[in-house]
Design a protein. Structure first.
Length: 212
């Protein structure tokens, strides 16, 4: 695979183990939904590695001590509807104070281009670091459009977090938004004639919500 700046592939054994079952055609809706959430939690751990810390004084049962807390950094998670919703609970497990926005995009099956139908972001988005969520980065169209929408509100920073990416989507996204860090668990071979990732896992939204 061609190397791209600001693209981080998380090859942790726990993520890769869960990803195998996520791909499996025999994995049912309930287990699939749980796996998406669990993988999102594990990925959130790495994607927030650069949060700044500051010192604070607390008292343990033994004595006073100086330790560290996150330095007032505010986060917002913005899932791309509908599949991105499956990742939100897993992210909130680690950062329950984060606010959640929503961007609704669907892919036109003839042009393969995204169409916006919903946009609701936290009112203080400009004070927050945003992580845009979508399980799949295929052609990159939805991710690029969602990030463009978020940028209009001038947040402090934007990251994009997906589970599986195609090389075509990575190239398109990094060229359109070179300032956005991309986090994924796997980079697959490529896209088929219908714009689906191979080997991929099928339609993430259908598998999360049981609408296959």
């Amino acid at each position: 695979m061609q190397k791209y700046e600001n693209v981080f592939v998380m090859d942790h054994p726990l993520i890769q183990h869960k990803l195998t079952f996520l791909r499996d055609i025999h994995t049912g809706t309930m287990q699939f939904r749980e796996l998406v959430s669990e993988i999102a939690t594990l990925m959130c751990y790495e994607a927030t590695r650069d949060l700044p810390l500051m010192e604070t004084e607390i008292e343990t049962p033994m004595q006073k001590t100086v330790t560290q807390v996150i330095a007032g950094r505010k986060l917002a998670f913005v899932p791309i509807l509908r599949a991105g919703l499956g990742m939100v609970d897993g992210m909130l497990q680690l950062v329950p104070s984060a606010k959640v926005g929503h961007i609704g995009l669907y892919r036109d099956h003839e042009t393969l281009k995204p169409v916006e139908y919903y946009n609701k972001l936290p009112p203080d988005i400009e004070e927050r670091d945003v992580i845009v969520l979508d399980p799949m980065l295929a052609t990159g169209g939805s991710a690029m459009d969602a990030i463009t929408i978020v940028k209009r509100s001038h947040p402090k920073s934007i990251k994009f977090l997906c589970i599986i990416a195609a090389p075509e989507g990575i190239q398109a996204l990094t060229e359109a938004h070179p300032d956005v860090h991309v986090y994924c668990a796997a980079v697959d071979k490529g896209l088929n004639e219908n714009g689906y990732i191979l080997p991929g896992l099928g339609d993430a939204g259908d598998r999360i919500f049981g609408t296959i």
